[in-house]
Design a protein around this ligand. Sequence first.
Ligand SMILES: Cc1cc2nc3c(=O)[nH]c(=O)nc-3n(C[C@H](O)[C@H](O)[C@H](O)COP(=O)(O)OP(=O)(O)OC[C@H]3O[C@@H](n4cnc5c(N)ncnc54)[C@H](O)[C@@H]3O)c2cc1C
Length: 367
Amino acid sequence: MPANTPYDLIVIGGGLVGGAIAWGAASQGARVALLDEGDVAFRAARGNFGLVWVQSKGAGMPPYAHWTRHSSELWPGLAERLAGTAGIDVALEQPGGLTFCLSDEEFEHRAAMVHRMHNENGDIGTRMLGREEVRSMVSGLGDRVVGAAFCPIDGHASPLYLLRALHSGLQGTGASYLPGRKVDRIDPAPGSFTVHCGPEKFVGAKIVIAAGLGSRDLAPMVGLSMPVTPLQGQIVVTERLPPMLPYVTHVLRQTAEGTVMLGDSQEDVGFDTSTRVSVLKEIAARNTAVFPALKDVTIVRMWAALRVMSPDGYPIYEQSERYPGAFAATCHSGVTLAGAHALALAPAILAGVLPEALAPFSSARFT
Ligand SMILES: Cc1cc2nc3c(=O)[nH]c(=O)nc-3n(C[C@H](O)[C@H](O)[C@H](O)COP(=O)(O)OP(=O)(O)OC[C@H]3O[C@@H](n4cnc5c(N)ncnc54)[C@H](O)[C@@H]3O)c2cc1C
């Protein structure tokens, strides 16, 4: 579609959040443009861990627990449709997830959290496993593992295949994926938004700001607020190994190719994506305490990437009151929430009304 042709929806930011919304809207027949700055931007979508994780999401925030669970239920349908439309298997598996406990204190703390989440959010099947029970499910555990929390609906997928599938799937519907477009200005007018990328202009009836860490500067142009900041995570990848864990954990998962990914640090270091050996040591220490055999395994890669964090860590979804038709969308779990973003949020944005269930995610909670 040539520039200046009005689109039904312009999505700013081609990461996992923008990609899922754009794909979802394009799948419904909308004329969509997805504008992405490109390799110079900070892109969490290309550096994350790949979990579709439910068990610990939303303690003290039931709407987030329900939204996360809804997304995990929508995920199999999303994976199937991406395989059909983009021809890409995103390697979704939902075998259940374990949070290992390395002391009685950790076990008690986790048990209290599981109990609280059960009371607040309903039963998703999460239960505590004692020393013997967890060993009957997983072999090779170290002596320090005293037990684990197990949630049967946790899973994982390949985040890079997911991103590629969203991009190529939406192009298959006739939508435009336009990389190398840094949005520097948005001019709102009643019923239409003109989005400027240097000398180029794109006009859309609706827009979504889903530009990750770039959203903070764009949102005020259309009366929205997205006060997101970076939180660094470092990930370590091993050589390919024989199957060693039939489940996922929030700090270790084995990919479909056999490599083992280890994480999951949280460092407040601003916009710094350099890796540090001290963080590697902490990641290695915890994971080798759980699986001592990892001590003999070769590390082949490590990297750091920046999470996109709101002040309380929960997503921001909102329609501009001043400029209806402009929406904000950001979260720190874009893999987990891809099902909901593609199959629930995108249709709501096209309809012009966010569901009541998303009202708690307005940025008004920060003021
Ligand atoms: C270490 C780490 C581990 C993680 N693990 C998990 C996990 O296991 N499970 C999970 O669910 N989530 C995980 N996440 C979070 C997940 O990666 C993010 O939630 C998701 O990638 C955020 O997607 P996004 O589209 O909001 O941002 P990004 O992926 O950062 O994409 C933003 C995009 O906006 C573009 N952009 C920025 N400014 C502009 C502009 N002005 N104009 C045009 N385009 C612009 C950029 O080019 C970029 O492509 C992890 C993140 C990190 C860092």
